[in-house]
Design a protein around this ligand. Structure first.
Ligand code: NAD
Ligand code: 89V
Length: 343
């Protein structure tokens, strides 16, 4: 198969990981980049040797023949850019959070479906190898039927120095980080029927909530707790590890800090080190996330080659995004929120 010709829009903080990952992936390469900030365009263009550079996405679509576009801008620009890709019949990857509102996200899914264009949300956390290892244990049947899960992300890492916009939005941890952890809960325990949420802001220097605790009923009958904090100072900073506890009818799974996976099940107890590899271009502690970027982008190329929907398609991600909206609604009302009504 000929190599896919892609373009990347948005050359900011996180896009550098995506550019490195595209270099690692067989079957696709980035042939043009776009950023409305000429300085970001210059930095990334020079770093990755990309000669074709655009400051206007409309000019990029008009000037290039593309097999896909990878949108790595922040959420306010996602809908116009995804709709532009759909109008040009160009398959599209869109970073999380998918959109500012669920209504925007639904419109983006509709635009791509009507244009017959594949759409994947770059929801990469479920692609981290420790999370995939947990999924593999569940699939093996070793712990039987899961009835309880706790998916936890607690840290005091300074995310604001790299991503200053995170300190200024009215919404913070659920929209930016919780969205990943809620997606992992769906990935491991299935879709959700009801969510109950409590939030708090501990850091007085930011505008949004930095603590969120969510209790969920899964359609499978399992119950889960998703808890997230950027106000939790620990002896050893765990960023960006997601810790997992799952109890099943025949055993338990514990993914503990330090990427230690303990499975107690039908065959006894096994302890494994499921640390992600440190890729040549990666740096600790981000290497866990960086590896997952390669995995999700490779998945996109494989799905395009096979003509199948990606695991985190736009349609799939509506269910994760709906959880974010429902969490904020429930935090405000202090009432449980039913999910089916919003989808
Ligand atoms: P950033 O502000 O550093 O970069 C965004 C870039 O997009 C900027 O250079 C900006 O000039 C450019 N841009 C914005 N609108 C544009 C438009 N219409 N046309 C062209 N360029 C435009 O932001 P970031 O921290 O890199 O985050 C980008 C996205 O990635 C966010 O949605 C964020 O939530 C997400 N993110 C994802 C992960 C992950 O693990 N999946 C991690 C960090 C950030
Ligand atoms: O993954 C992300 O979306 C990042 C961070 C890990 C800082 O929350 O924004």
């Amino acid at each position: 198969m000929a190599e896919l010709r892609g373009a990347l829009i948005g050359c900011g903080f996180f896009a550098v990981n995506q550019m490195h990952a595209w270099r690692d992936i067989a079957g696709a390469s980035i042939i043009a980049i776009c950023d409305r900030d000429p300085e970001r365009l210059r930095i990334v263009g020079d770093q990755f040797g990309i000669a074709k550079r655009y400051t206007d996405a409309a000019e990029l679509f008009a000037g290039e023949s593309l097999d896909f576009v990878d949108i790595a801008t922040t959420a306010p620009s996602h809908r116009p850019l995804v709709e532009m890709a759909a109008a040009h019949r160009v398959p599209v990857i869109c970073q999380k959070p998918f959109a500012p509102t669920l209504a925007d996200a639904k419109a983006m899914v509709k635009a791509c479906a009507e244009a017959g264009v594949p759409l994947m949300v770059h929801e990469n956390f479920r692609w981290q190898s420790p999370i995939q290892a947990v999924r593999t244990v569940l699939d093996s049947g070793e712990i039987g039927t899961p009835f309880f899960g706790r998916i936890s992300f607690r840290s005091a890492y300074d995310v604001f120095s790299g991503q200053p916009y995170l300190a200024t939005g009215k919404r913070f941890i659920i929209e930016d980080l919780g969205i990943h952890i809620l997606d992992i809960a769906r990935f491991l325990l299935g879709d959700v029927s009801t969510i109950t949420t409590r939030i708090a802001r501990i850091n007085p220097a930011i505008a949004g909530e930095d603590v969120a605790t969510m209790l969920m009923d899964h359609k499978s009958g399992a119950t889960s707790v998703v808890d997230c904090s950027y106000a939790t100072k620990l002896a050893t900073e765990p960023f960006p590890e997601t810790l997992i506890e799952i109890d099943g009818s025949d055993g338990t799974i514990r993914l503990a800090q330090g990427y230690r996976l303990t499975v107690t099940g039908k065959s006894g107890t096994a302890v494994t080190d499921v640390s992600p590899p440190l890729l040549a271009w990666a740096s600790r502690p981000w290497h866990n996330i960086q590896e997952s970027v390669v995995a999700i982008q490779q998945h996109w190329v494989d799905c395009l080659a096979k003509g199948v929907q990606p695991a985190t398609s736009g349609a799939d991600n509506l269910k994760t995004f709906a959880l974010v909206e429902a969490a904020y609604a429930g935090a405000a009302s202090r009432q449980p929120v039913q999910l089916d009504a919003s989808l």
